[in-house]
Design a protein around this ligand. Structure first.
Ligand code: SF4
Length: 509
């Protein structure tokens, strides 16, 4: 095992009764002073804006946190900061410019003058990995991340269906655009997250734990914890936050992997914890916190959905369940539909959902539909008097080349699902492909099959369309001007290394 770097890992726990920008600015500024940090060069703040808006009120880093952080960075600038920016890529093909708007970030950009990056709209640079445990040799990363000189990671404290929790390290899934984010977003997700740590390490981490999110990640239940958690090391801050919510950090694979690769300490004895809330008091606030990581069969017990999960294609000795992929997608889908339509569970007819290489029987009665989910699904048996053979279409990850992956247009996906819907109305089963299947596609299909309110057609659709057209219009214009979207080889970045694992003290304070 690699020993964690000698860098002094610090975590600070502060009481924050409400989202008060002035107080956040003060806490972040004084913590930066204690750590001897001053922003320099291109300074980038990365929130968690996976989704925002009415249905996802507790899923994202609140704008007050970002405004406080931006203000503190400006206060601490000794004239060396050349750019102050916020950057993110939202999930499920929603344009990030739409999410910024829904999350209330636009007034923050106006008040602070910070630049806004939508990572799907900027050039993607090839970053090469050389560490032994890597899943692949290179990945594509948005230019503002690759070129950041000072990086501040501002995640939300939440549960997660694929990775148990999402704090600092998991927030890195948003440093890739859609086409690259979904590569290895399956049972290797925790390894992917550990690999992404080599791209960049933050000088500062600020976790929004004021109103945390329990149970799931897109539509979490609010949990008042009144905590602002700050630190200078990803593994250390994630380990302390795990302790607060009663989770063993060694049981969260990406945290353990990053620790084993030398990114930071996982044992609380190796981490200096300060601030105005003791760790014991913080643990008291996190007592009984509902985490994610529930197998799909159990998740849907007692509902109209019956789930059947077989092995993903990682061999007989590999994972027996795809924690990072399709089963968790379906758990998030149902929760979005429940928020969109309060009659969801009452309206949904009985549906069977099959994942992975499933060898058992399906308990299907006349008229009930079966959805086979994902590229790797396989099953053989009789449905509606017909012998059905579903074969795996899974492509080994070694065959996936990040150079060649294509963007999947949200409207093209919806059109594809409309065809699937027609198929499902004519046959007792339908197959939805993808590795993983996209949340948007599955949501569209289940909403239409169940006669539920479809979130894609809610009252925000008009603004969503406008944001989408602006994004695609900008991209087309840049291609016409000859700006490449992906940059490879020596023109890109070169070799990834855990920069700033042990940064020299700055500012002399
Ligand atoms: S198709 Fe879905 S369940 Fe199968 S390996 Fe890919 S993400 Fe996992």
């Amino acid at each position: 095992m690699t020993k964690h770097p000698a860098r002094d890992a610090r975590v600070f726990l502060y009481h924050l009764p409400e989202y008060d920008v002035g107080r956040i600015r003060e806490i972040v500024g004084s913590t930066m002073a204690e750590l001897g940090l001053r922003p320099r060069g291109r300074t980038l703040v990365k929130p968690n804006l996976v989704m925002a808006g009415e249905m996802c009120q507790h899923a994202y880093t609140r704008p007050e946190i970002i405004e406080g952080v931006l203000g503190a960075l400006q206060d601490r600038d000794a004239g060396e900061m050349s750019e102050l920016a916020v950057g993110e890529r939202s999930a499920i093909t929603v344009p990030t410019r739409f999410t910024y708007h829904e999350a209330g970030y636009e007034p923050v950009f106006e008040r602070t003058g910070a630049k806004k990056y939508c990572f799907e709209e900027v050039p993607q640079l090839e970053v090469r990995y050389t560490h032994d445990e890597r899943l692949r040799d290179y990945v594509f990363i948005p230019e503002p991340v690759v070129k950041a000189d000072f990086f501040v990671n501002c995640p939300k404290l939440k549960a997660h269906p694929w990775t148990t929790v999402t704090f600092a390290m998991k927030n890195y899934i948003g440093i890739q655009d859609d086409r690259h984010r979904l590569i290895d977003h399956d049972h290797a997700l925790n390894k992917k997250l550990a690999d992404l740590q080599y791209v960049i390490q933050p000088q500062l981490i600020v976790i929004d734990g004021v109103i945390a999110g329990e149970g799931r990640m897109l539509t979490p239940m609010p949990r008042n914890m009144n905590l602002l958690i700050l630190g200078n090391n990803q593994v250390a801050i994630d380990s302390v936050t795990c302790a607060i919510v009663g989770v063993d950090p060694r049981g969260v694979d990406h945290i353990r992997f990053a620790h084993e690769r030398g990114f930071g300490p996982i044992d609380l004895d190796d981490i200096r914890v300060g601030g105005d809330v003791s760790l014991d008091e913080a643990k008291e606030r996190g007592r009984g916190f509902k985490i994610g990581l529930i197998r799909v069969e159990k998740y849907f017990e007692g509902t109209s959905i019956q789930a059947y999960a077989g092995r993903p294609p990682s061999g007989p000795k590999g994972d027996d369940y795809c924690w990072g992929g399709c089963p968790g997608v379906m758990e998030e889908v149902i929760e979005i539909l429940r928020v969109a339509d309060e009659q969801c569970d009452r309206k949904l007819p009985r549906i069977h959902m099959v994942f992975g290489d499933y060898k058992g029987p399906l308990d299907v009665s006349y008229g009930e539909k079966v959805i086979f989910v994902g590229d790797c699904v396989s099953w053989e048996g009789e449905l509606g008097g017909e012998l059905v053979k579903i074969r795996s279409k899974y492509k080994d990850r070694a065959e996936l080349d990040p150079h060649d992956v294509k963007h999947k247009d949200v409207y093209a996906r919806m059109a594809k699902m409309a065809l699937k819907l027609r198929e499902a109305r004519e046959k007792p089963y339908v197959r939805v492909e993808g590795c993983p299947v996209s949340i948007g596609e599955l949501m569209f299909l289940v909403a239409e099959l169940g006669g539920l309110k479809n979130p894609y057609f809610d009252k925000r659709a008009l603004y969503f369309n406008q944001a989408y057209l602006e994004w695609r219009g900008k991209t087309v214009l840049e291609r016409l001007k000859g700006v490449p979207y992906q940059v490879s080889g020596d023109n890109a970045h070169g070799e990834a290394k855990p920069r700033d694992l042990a940064p020299p003290p700055q500012g002399g304070e």
